[in-house]
Design a protein. Structure first.
Length: 215
């Protein structure tokens, strides 16, 4: 079995990245693989990092899952300015490499969307590019997500990176024409990027073989 790691981004801040990443981690563990969640930057409460820790294989600490924590709930660049702390990419890259040497799969979750600023010269997308990982995009399946998804995927591809697939997340229980038709439209405009799964509101397990085949 080949060790494969992924970077997970979202179409916006509330797309459900942590929720979907935890489902993926749990599915990988049920399949007999070791898996670790890694969220290098957290701004605000550390609840997301704690969820990733709980979903990961044993042997991790909270600081390994989340090495950089800003208490201010803002973009990392803004939070760092408010707390007078620098944001550097190299420590995050080193922390990832340490985890990648211990686990079959490391799922790296970004903060916010794809181009969220980290410091005065780099964004989350730059970190993902330096990690050189295939990218999974969690789509908040609602009215307006088509624009956000197309912009995100096309920027990933313009950077010479691989978008390995989309996961449509139904954040709300209600369905409307947009949430019903979005998958069809995305498959039409992004024929080279598979829709790996749709996570329905309240879904507690991810068992889709197509997802695990990619991971």
């Amino acid at each position: 079995m080949t060790a494969t790691h992924y970077f997970i981004t979202g179409t916006d801040t509330d797309a459900g990245k942590t929720y979907v990443t935890c489902l993926l981690l749990e599915a990988l563990r049920r399949s007999g693989r070791t898996a670790a969640g890694f969220k290098p930057f957290v701004c605000g409460g550390r609840e997301d990092a704690l969820h990733l820790l709980d979903a990961s294989s044993p042997g991790l600490s909270l600081d390994e899952v989340n090495p950089v924590w800003f208490k201010v709930p803002a973009a990392p660049f803004a939070a760092a300015l408010m707390e007078n702390r620098p944001v550097e990419l190299n420590p995050a890259l080193a922390a990832f490499e340490e985890l990648a040497g211990r686990f079959d799969h490391v799922l790296v979750e970004g903060a916010g969307g794809w181009e969220v600023p980290l410091n005065g010269f780099a964004t989350m997308a730059d970190l993902a590019q330096r990690l050189a990982l295939p990218v999974l995009v969690v789509v908040n399946n609602k009215l307006g997500c088509l624009n956000h998804t197309l912009l995100t995927v096309r920027n990933i591809q313009a950077r010479g990176m691989t978008c390995a697939g989309l996961i449509l997340n139904h954040v709300h229980d209600e369905r409307d024409p947009a949430s019903i038709s979005n998958r069809m439209v995305l498959e039409k405009f992004l024929p080279d990027v598979p829709v790996l799964a749709e996570v329905m509101h309240g879904e507690t397990e991810m068992e889709w073989p197509s997802v695990l085949n990619y991971l």
